[in-house]
Design a protein around this ligand. Structure first.
Ligand SMILES: [Zn+2]
Length: 260
């Protein structure tokens, strides 16, 4: 099939390299085994280039008589390719930050550009099987709301959010969105908000896995003694967000002026 944007040579190269960027771009059938794979598959032995047949979808590979590989379970691979994340950035204080939305403009992920992370937002999205694209039309709503927040003209967000986590994590994240702008709550108080007052530590863990900092305001959660405690991308970001919202932070003790 020649429905792909890539040349045969490019597909061979990506298949032999198990190139992560090729995931979802095409399907490779191996004529000697009769099996079809994602190009990212790592079988014990890679096929010889002349034995590779390329298809746009698992359906096409099956129609040509190939069977699905049990290692890489390629069925659904091109559905994964349809998951597009639209990436955009904002330079304004308290940013700069990068964020991504889905097809419908719902926020998927947000990272501060000067945060301390293992990977960039683009790499994280690719790792989760998203194809990363740019489309200012799709990111416009989230971008507009973020800019309003940065300008001090917005205190809550209306853009839909995509919450990727367990029921417990989602419950904690939703509770965080009910902490008003410029206020803080302790981990124990958030635990009580979700009906498990004994689960302060589990609230801390859910906080740490929040992919939408700022929008889901995990920065508004502090220790019972007023200490700032942690923030995923680095404490400087938490200090900056709280300062933006008018919460006084003592630079020497890193304790909030409120609720001590
Ligand atoms: Zn495979």
């Amino acid at each position: 099939m020649v429905t792909m944007a890539l040349s045969r040579d490019e597909m061979v190269t990506r298949t032999l390299a198990s190139d992560p960027a090729a995931g979802g771009q095409f399907i490779v059938g191996v004529k000697t085994t009769g099996i079809y794979c994602r190009p990212t598959c790592r079988p014990p032995r890679k096929p010889r280039p002349e034995n590779c047949a390329f298809f746009a979808s698992p359906d096409e590979a099956r129609a040509a008589g190939f069977r699905a590989c049990k290692l890489c379970t390629p069925d659904g691979a091109t559905r994964g390719a349809d998951r597009v994340a639209y990436l955009d950035t904002i330079e304004e204080a308290p940013g700069p930050l990068a964020f991504a939305v889905d097809d419908a403009g719902a926020l998927l992920w947000l990272k501060f550009l000067d945060g301390r992370y293992e990977r960039t937002l683009e790499r994280e999205l690719e790792r989760e099987g998203f194809r990363v694209a740019r489309d200012l039309g799709r990111t416009a709503r989230a971008r507009g709301e973020l800019l309003e927040y940065c300008a001090g003209a917005r205190r809550t967000f209306d853009t839909p959010l995509v919450l990727a986590g367990s029921a417990w994590q989602k419950g904690v994240w939703r509770a965080l969105t009910r902490i008003p702008f410029g206020e803080t709550r302790t981990y124990g108080e958030v635990a009580a908000m979700v009906g498990r007052p004994e689960a302060a530590r589990a609230v801390g863990r859910a906080n740490a896995t929040n992919r939408l900092p700022l929008v889901i305001p995990c920065h508004r959660v502090i220790g019972a003694d007023g200490a700032l405690t942690g923030f995923g991308g680095g404490m400087h970001l938490k200090v900056r967000l709280l300062a933006h919202e008018g919460v006084q932070v003592d630079a020497t003790t890193r304790r909030t002026g409120q609720r001590v």
